[in-house]
Design a protein around this ligand. Structure first.
Ligand code: CP
Ligand code: NVA
Length: 308
C-alpha cells in the first residue's frame, strides 16, 4: 500500500487553468469584495485556526507579505520555512517535507527554481498546494493582474494585451495560459530565440499571436505588459539578455500606439531604464501599485476557495 496520504485529492493551484473560467471569475469577484470589506475595517475569520506554510527557494517581497498578511486578515496564521534554516537545506527530500507538512498545516505555498519541485510536492500532498512562482509560471500574479483589469475595465473578454520581452518568461507563460482561459487576445512581441514553448503555444494558439514588430504588437491594445529581462536564476545571462531584449523596452512612443485608455502592467520588481522607462511605469497609464496591492486580496480569495 502506498504510504502517501493523498486520499482526498486536495485542490491545488499550480497553473492558471487549474481553475475553470467560472471559478477564476468568481474568485476575482470575491477578491474585489474582500478588498472593499477590508477597507471598511470589517473583521473576517473564514480561515480561523488555519495555517499556511510557505517555502521560498528564491527572494520575495510581495508574495511573502501578501500571503502572510492575507492569512492574518482571514483569522489564520502563516509560517515561512526557508530552505537555509529548515531541513530542506540539508537535503531532506521535497516529498518527505510535503508528507510532514500535510499533517501539520492546512495549505502550502511554494516558490521554487524548478516547476517540477512544486509538482513533486503537490503529488504527495494531502493539503492544497499553491504555486508562488516557478521558472514556468506565476499564477498568483495573474489573479491580481486580472483583478486589476476587472477593476479598471469591468471585464476582460475580447480585450487585447501586448506582451513585450522574453516569450519564455514565467509571466509571459502565465499570460498565455490566461488568455485562453479568460478569452482575451495576447500579442507576444519577443526575440525568435526566446519564443514561448511550442506545447503552450499550440494549446493556446487561438488566443496568441507572435509578432516581430513591437510597434505592430502595441497597436490599439488595452494593456501593455512586460517583466524584468533577467528573471531570478538568470543573473549570469543578464548582459546577453539585455542586449537581445533592449528593442522590447516599453516607452512613451509605444504607449502612444496603444488604445488611448490603455494601461501599463508589470508584476514588479521593475528595472527603470531597462524593460520600461521611468516615464511609463511612473506615468498616468501605469497601474502597477494597484496590481501589487491586489496580490493581497486575490490570494485571500484563492485561500478561501482552496481551504475555507
Ligand atoms: N511580483 C512578485 O511576485 O513579487 P515578489 O518577487 O516580491 O514576491
Ligand atoms: N520573471 C520574474 C518575476 C518576478 C516576480 C522572475 O521570475 O524573477
Amino acid at each position: 500500500m502506498s504510504q502517501d496520504i493523498n486520499k482526498n485529492a486536495p485542490r491545488h493551484f499550480l497553473a492558471e487553468d487549474d481553475l475553470t473560467r467560472d471559478e477564476f471569475i468568481s474568485l476575482i469577484k470575491n477578491a474585489i469584495e474582500l478588498k472593499a470589506s477590508w477597507k471598511r475595517g470589517e473583521i473576517r475569520e473564514s480561515l480561523q485556526n488555519r495555517t499556511l506554510a510557505m517555502i521560498f527557494e528564491k527572494a520575495s517581497t510581495r508574495t511573502r507579505t501578501s500571503f502572510e498578511a492575507g492569512m492574518v486578515q482571514l483569522g489564520g496564521h502563516a509560517l515561512n520555512l526557508s530552505p537555509s534554516d529548515s531541513q530542506l537545506g540539508r537535503g531532506e527530500p521535497i516529498e518527505d517535507t510535503s508528507r510532514v507538512l500535510s499533517q501539520m498545516v492546512d495549505v502550502a505555498m511554494l516558490r521554487t527554481h524548478s516547476h517540477s519541485t512544486i509538482e513533486q510536492f503537490a503529488k504527495v500532498s494531502s493539503i492544497p498546494v499553491i504555486n508562488g512562482l516557478s521558472d514556468k509560471l506565476h499564477p498568483c500574479q495573474l489573479l491580481a493582474d486580472m483583478q486589476t483589469f476587472f477593476e479598471v475595465r469591468g471585464h476582460i473578454e475580447g480585450a487585447k494585451i501586448a506582451w513585450l520581452g522574453a516569450g519564455n518568461n514565467n509571466m509571459c507563460n502565465s499570460f498565455i495560459n490566461t488568455a485562453r482561459l479568460l478569452d482575451f487576445k495576447l500579442n507576444v512581441a519577443c526575440p525568435k530565440d526566446l519564443a514561448p514553448d511550442d506545447d503552450l503555444m499550440q494549446k493556446c494558439a487561438s488566443h496568441i499571436e507572435l509578432i516581430d514588430d513591437v510597434k505592430a504588437a502595441c497597436e490599439g491594445v488595452d494593456v501593455v505588459v512586460t517583466d524584468v529581462w533577467a528573471s531570478m536564476g538568470q543573473e549570469q545571462n543578464s548582459a546577453q539578455l539585455a542586449k537581445i531584449l533592449s528593442p522590447y523596452q516599453v516607452n512613451d512612443a509605444l504607449m502612444t500606439l496603444a488604445h488611448k485608455d490603455a494601461i501599463f502592467m508589470h508584476c514588479l520588481p521593475a528595472h527603470r531604464g531597462e524593460e520600461v522607462t521611468a516615464s511609463v511605469i511612473d506615468g498616468p497609464q501605469s497601474v502597477v501599485w494597484q496590481e501589487a496591492g491586489n496580490r493581497l486580496h486575490a490570494q485571500k480569495a484563492l485561500l478561501e476557495m482552496l481551504v475555507a
